[in-house]
Design a binder for this molecule. Structure first.
Ligand code: ADE
Ligand code: ZN
Ligand code: ZN
Length: 301
C-alpha cells in the first residue's frame, strides 16, 4: 500500500523535530551535571548570597538555583551569540592561553567560557545599584551554567575535534561521541549502576565526600589569587590538562570504551562536579558579600 501523502509530508518534520530535541554537541554537562553542580553550590552560599540569588531567580525556578542551571543550553538556540560562550578550544596543545584561545569563530576576544564567567560576574557586581541596566536574572543563570561548563574537561579541548564532538566511538554498546561521554554518559552510567537510578543519591554522596574525604582540598579549590577577576582562567587550564591526561588519553576514532575507561575517569568527573559547585558558591559569595571597597572584577585576565 502506498503511504498516505500526509505521512510523506510529516516524516521530514518528525525528523527535524527529533533533531531539534537533542542536537549533537549541544549540551554541556548534561542537564544532570548542571543540576548537581548547582545543588552543591546552594549548600555553600552565604546568607547574603542566598538572599540575592532568591531575589534574582525567576518564579519558574521554585526558589532553587539548580532548576535554572541547564537553561543556557536552551538559550543558545535563540541567543546565537551565546553558543561559543560554553567552551574554549586550543590548537591541539595541552595548555590554555586567554589571548590565543578565548574568542569566537569571528575572532572576537573574550567570547569563550572564561570571558563569559568574568563578564557575567562583572555584571552581577551591579546588583543593588539602581542604575544597573543588565538583566541580572539572566546574568545569574548564565554564570551558574558556565562555571559548570568550564569544569567539564572537554569544554576546554582541541579545536580540531571540537572538544571531542567529532570523535565517534562506542560507549559500551552504544554509538556516541567522546564529548557526549563526558557531558552525559559517565554520569548516567554511575547513576544507574551505583545510585539506584537517582541523581539525588549521587548529589548526597558528593556532598558527603565534601565534608569527609575532600574537606582538606576545599581551601585549595577555593584559593583564587586573582582579586580583579574570577579564577576561571585557572579552571580552564585544569580542564585542558584533564582533557589531555584523561579524556583524550588512549582514545581514537571507533574505539569501544567500557569498564576500564569508566572506572579510571569517573573519579575525575566526581571531583570536577564538586569543584564546580564549591567555586560557583565562592564566586557568588564574593559578589554578594563583598563590601564597597572591593576592587571590581574586570573582563580580561
Ligand atoms: N563546540 C566546539 N568545541 C566545543 C567544545 N570544546 N565543547 C562544546 N562544544 C564545542
Ligand atoms: Zn558539552
Ligand atoms: Zn553549556
Amino acid at each position: 500500500m502506498a503511504p498516505h501523502p500526509w505521512t510523506l509530508l510529516a516524516l521530514p518534520l518528525v525528523v527535524l523535530l527529533l533533531a531539534s530535541v537533542s542536537p549533537p554537541g549541544a549540551d554541556a554537562w548534561g542537564k544532570e551535571g548542571h543540576i548537581m553542580v548547582c545543588k552543591i553550590a546552594e549548600n555553600y552560599l552565604s546568607e547574603k548570597a542566598a538572599a540575592a540569588v532568591q531575589d534574582l531567580l525567576p518564579p519558574s525556578a521554585g526558589g532553587e538555583l539548580s532548576t535554572v542551571c541547564p537553561w543556557a543550553d536552551q538559550a543558545r538556540w535563540h541567543y546565537h551569540w551565546s553558543s561559543p560562550l560554553h567552551y574554549a578550544n586550543t590548537p591541539e596543545v595541552c595548555g590554555f592561553k586567554y589571548s590565543r584561545d578565548c574568542h569566537n569563530s569571528r575572532g572576537q576576544q573574550g567570547m569563550c567560557v572564561v570571558g563569559a564567567i568574568n563578564n557575567y560576574t562583572d555584571q552581577l557586581y551591579s546588583y543593588g545599584h539602581s542604575k544597573s541596566s543588565y538583566n541580572l536574572t539572566e546574568s545569574l543563570m548564565f554564570l551558574a551554567h558556565f562555571v559548570g561548563d568550564v569544569h567539564q574537561p572537554l569544554h576546554v579541548g582541541y579545536e580540531e575535534d571540537e572538544g571531542g564532538n567529532t570523535i565517534m566511538l562506542h560507549w559500551y554498546r552504544r554509538k556516541e561521541n567522546l564529548h557526549h561521554v563526558w557531558d552525559v554518559s559517565i554520569i548516567d552510567t554511575a547513576i544507574k549502576d551505583f545510585y539506584n537510578k537517582s541523581m539525588d543519591n549521587m548529589v548526597e554522596t558528593l556532598k558527603m565526600n565534601l565534608t569527609d574525604g575532600w574537606s582538606d582540598d576545599i581551601s585549595h579549590w577555593e584559593n583564587c589569587a586573582n582579586k580583579r577577576a574570577t579564577c576561571a582562567n585557572d579552571y580552564a587550564i585544569e580542564s585542558i590538562h584533564l582533557s589531555c591526561n584523561y579524556a583524550y588519553k588512549d582514545v581514537e576514532q571507533n574505539i569501544t570504551l567500557g569498564d576500564d575507561y569508566f572506572f579510571s575517569r569517573y573519579p575525575v568527573v566526581q571531583k570536577r562536579l564538586a569543584q564546580a559547585g564549591i567555586r560557583l558558591a565562592l564566586i557568588l559569595n564574593r559578589i554578594f558579600d563583598g563590601d564597597e571597597t572591593d576592587i571590581k572584577p574586570v573582563q580580561i585576565q
